[in-house]
Write a protein that binds this ligand. Structure first.
Ligand code: HEM
Length: 90
């Protein structure tokens, strides 16, 4: 595995909504990112970015700005890799 990265299942990701005291996480290309620190800096505004909270942001992201380098901007906010529910148990 990747050192320092936790395995995150889709059901865990779903709970990281940025509400109820939890940070907002979003996945992109198989990696999971904490988008909370970036929220105030997003040029498209917080509500737009929050649409990707707790789920995969790839589709929305690519619809709006495929030219933006997600990994380059949020590389330091990686928290884990997305795995299937069964993979998480091993
Ligand atoms: C604009 C970054 C996710 C909606 C931008 C811009 C950047 C950026 C750098 C300026 C782009 C430019 O002017 O060429 C990011 C990053 C994301 C992310 C790093 C990953 C977490 C999203 C999502 C949505 C979204 C998920 C929609 C649900 C928008 C919109 C603008 C914008 C609508 C245009 C703002 C305007 O020009 O008035 N974003 N974005 N972004 N973003 Fe995002």
């Amino acid at each position: 595995g990747v050192p320092g990265l936790q395995r995150v299942t889709p059901s865990q990701l779903k709970t990281m909504t940025g509400r109820k005291g939890k940070p907002a996480w979003s996945s992109y290309m198989g990696k999971v990112y904490n988008i909370t620190p970036y929220l105030p800096f997003h040029p498209g505004g917080e509500p737009e970015l929050m649409k990707a909270a707790g789920r995969d942001g790839g589709k929305l992201f690519m619809e709006v700005h495929p030219w933006v380098n997600w990994e380059g901007m949020l590389g330091s906010c990686v928290v884990g890799i997305l795995v299937s529910e069964s993979e998480a148990k091993s």
